[in-house]
Every structure is written in C-alpha cells, then in structure tokens.
Write a protein that binds this ligand. Structure first.
Ligand SMILES: *Cc1c(COP(=O)(O)O)cnc(C)c1O
Ligand SMILES: [Zn+2]
Length: 420
C-alpha cells in the first residue's frame, strides 16, 4: 500500500480509516453513502512538490503529480501517455458565448480517447502494487475501454460489464484490448450492481467509479493541470459533464489539494452539466438534498446516461462548496454543442464530451456568469467514440457525384444558384 496516503475518511460519517483497512467503502455506511476521500500528509508533500519543482519537471503526463497520487511509482508497463492534455484559448468562441475568456481542455486526446484514462491508469497502477490478477469494471463504455487498455499493458485480466446498448466503437476497443466483455441485458445501473457483487464475491480488483476511492485521485489531475497551465491564475468557473459524478468530485478535490499545497489561493466555481433525461443530480441540487433519488435515465449522451449516480455525495459537495451549480441541458442542445465545438473550436466531441459546453452556453445566456469571467470547459470524450450520433447530429449528408470534373462544375453551379 502506498505510504503516501495518510488516511481516508467516510463521506457520510467522517470515520477515519488507515490505507488498506477497508477494501472499498465505509462498512457502517455501505457502498451508496460510505464512499471514501483520500487524504495525504499535505505538509510533507508541500515541501517536495512546489510550483518551482513542477516548472522544471519534464514529464508531460499526469504522472508529474506522482507525489500527490495514491501509488508509489509509475509502473513502467503503463507507458501510454495520460493527461497533460491541451488547454485551448479560444477568444472568438468566448465572445460568441458571452464570457471574458474561454479555454477548452480536450481530454478526448487521452490514449483511449476519454477522460477515464486518468482514473484507469491510477487504478491499474494501484492494483499492480497489490499484486492483483483480475480487474473488473462496470461502465457505460469509456471507463471499460480505458481500463482494458491499461490492464492489457499490465498483463492483468479485465472482466467488463457494459449495458448491451453501449456504442460499437467502445465495445470494439474493449475487444481489441483483449478484455472479457459481458454485455448485460439491462441498464448501466444494473450492470454496476452486478459487477460490484461479482467483485466482492470473486475478490477481484474493482475499478467501479465512486466505490474505489483512488479513481477520483486520478481524475483530480485535470484540475492540477488547469492550475499549472494557467500559471496558477485559476479561472472563475469550470464546466464539466456529469454522469456518476466522479469527474466533478475529482476536479474539486484537485483544486482543494492545490490550495492545501499552497499552489493557488482561490478556487473556481464548478458547474456540473447533466442531460435533462438523466438529471438526478440536478434534481437533488435543486431540492437542496445531499444525496440523489434514482430516476429512469434516457439521453443521446450514453456516457452520462446514469439513473443512479454513484458519486452523488462528492458531486453535490463539489458544486455547493465551490458556489457553482448543477444544470440540465436537453439532447438538442448537446447535439448543437457538438457542432459548435467542432466548427468553431476545432474539437470533435462525443455527446457527453460536449455536454459541459452545452451547459456553458446555457448558463452564459441565462446570465449565470459575468461577461468578463474566465471559464474552462472540459471536453471529456472524443467524437469518434460514437460515430452514429455524430452523423445524426449533422444537417447534411455527403453529396454523391461522378468521378469527373463536369460533375464538380455542375455541383458548383447548383451551389451558385442556391446563393451559397
Ligand atoms: C464517464 C464520462 C463522463 C461522466 O463522468 P462521471 O464521473 O460519470 O460523472 C462524462 N463524459 C464522458 C465522455 C465520460 O466517459
Ligand atoms: Zn461511514
């Protein structure tokens, strides 16, 4: 077990645990309410991992934050580069949206093409340190394809539970990386419960979001990168899409850790964006509850089609403590955001990847943000993950023509007559 983790606390009863004392969640509060938060000896880390040390660090991946991750070292076997994704400064798009400054952080550029690589790499490194032989996960698709990639690198068997409706590209990745794929005839929420039960009965390492406290530690690195890439001058607001709530909880943890280490002296407001057909966290936020009530879920954004968000406590805490909000956007707004991000931001996002931006557009037009505020919006997954939805989101198909110049001339004339 990593010597760096000082202790863990239960998100509900605050009970303290030593690293390794419990496998996943607080035994008193259970997997739903007893998710754990990881704590380090911040004073010691602050002495070794300063802004100056980071400035001189060559490692262009999220392992540059190793001192504040729950593993002893970066295993050599996990060579694919995770994190340190680009933060694009987009002044034209900022003024169209109506904010002072806008950066898009493209996490679709991770090795398996989603944000999930931040968590999977840390989870697999942790499993390797424990000498585990089998890792399992339930996933809407991306967590699984990401886990399969790193499990393959580590030479560990991966057993994956996905809903049978998972998009083909994600299933293709799973199979290509050599995972055992169980396509559950049921929802993601059902696949999750089945996977958790199997992990406990088979004693497999469980990469399921929320119940494994170390995954959020991988996800927090995006916040650390935002701080560093903006030269420690943090934005006023950060927008991100939300399904289970692990990414948003991890982001907030990252900004809190950065503050504890003395890297930053204030933190951004965090806005979580859900699809209106799958918005239990938005409803809990509006009701003032600290936990969710599960709801049926349906949205084009499959990665955030979650009726029972597992990291609900951390997610709601992130938006409340930061002074942000949980907001909902409908599927049309998500498809519109995909087109805008592609055509004006140069970023091809899958539906859930564009949902944070859809939320930003809505929040800005509802004057939830100041006109001169600086905003970071995360793109969490690549558009090639779900080509069918991308095709359905564009207004025109390709124009079939003959393989000769005349055909092109005819097409151009038609265009002219349409006044294009
Ligand atoms: C998993 C995922 C999300 C949501 O993350 P949660 O931790 O479940 O809230 C958003 N976008 C993409 C592309 C994802 O794969
Ligand atoms: Zn507890």
């Amino acid at each position: 077990m990593s010597s760096k983790v000082d202790y863990l606390t239960c998100d509900t009863c605050s009970k303290k645990f030593r690293p390794g004392e419990v496998e996943l969640t607080c035994p008193d509060c259970g997997p739903d309410l007893g998710t754990l938060t990881v704590h380090y000896d911040y004073e010691s880390v602050a002495n070794v991992l300063t802004r100056d040390v980071l400035d001189s660090r060559q490692d262009q991946s999220h392992w540059r934050y190793l001192e504040i991750l729950p593993v002893d070292s970066r295993p050599d076997a996990l060579h694919p580069r995770v994190g340190w994704t680009p933060l694009y400064d987009l002044p034209k798009l900022a003024s169209e949206v109506g904010v002072g400054r806008l950066w898009i952080k493209d996490d679709g550029l991770n090795p398996s093409a989603s944000f999930k690589d931040r968590a999977s790499s840390v989870g697999v490194a942790h499993a390797m340190e424990q000498g585990r032989k089998v890792i399992t996960a339930a996933s809407t698709g991306n967590a699984a394809s990401s886990l399969s990639l790193f499990a393959a690198c580590a030479g560990i068997r991966a057993v994956i539970f996905v809903p049978e409706t998972a998009p083909e590209a994600k299933v293709a990745q799973l199979l290509m990386f050599g995972a055992d794929v169980l396509a559950v005839r049921g929802t993601y929420d059902q696949a999750f419960d089945l996977c958790l039960d199997t992990a406990l009965s088979q004693k497999w390492y469980c990469r399921n979001t929320a119940v494994n406290p170390y995954l959020g530690e991988g996800k927090k690195t995006a916040a650390l990168e935002i701080c560093e890439q903006l030269r420690w001058d943090v934005p006023e607001a950060v927008f991100v899409s939300v399904g289970d709530g692990c990414i948003i909880g991890g982001l907030w943890k990252g900004f809190c850790d950065a503050e504890k280490l003395g890297w930053i002296d204030r933190k951004p407001r965090i806005y979580g964006v859900q699809a209106s057909g799958s918005a239990p966290l938005v409803h809990a936020f509006d009701r003032g509850d600290r936990t969710v009530t599960p709801e049926p879920a349906e949205t084009v954004a499959d990665s955030i089609c979650v009726g029972k968000p597992r990291d609900h406590i951390k997610a709601l805490r992130a938006v409340r403590e930061s002074g942000g909000a949980m907001i909902a956007v409908d599927d049309e707004q998500i498809l519109d955001a995909m087109r805008t991000l592609a055509r004006k931001g140069g970023v091809f996002a899958e539906p859930a990847g564009a949902t944070g931006f859809a939320g930003l557009v809505q929040a800005a037009s509802a004057s939830m943000l100041g006109k001169d505020e600086r905003v970071v919006c995360l793109v969490t997954g690549n558009g090639l993950k779900d080509v069918a939805t991308a095709i359905s989101a564009v207004d025109t198909g390709p124009v079939g023509i003959g393989a000769d110049l005349n055909s092109v001339d005819n097409w151009l004339r038609e265009q002219g007559s349409k006044g294009a």
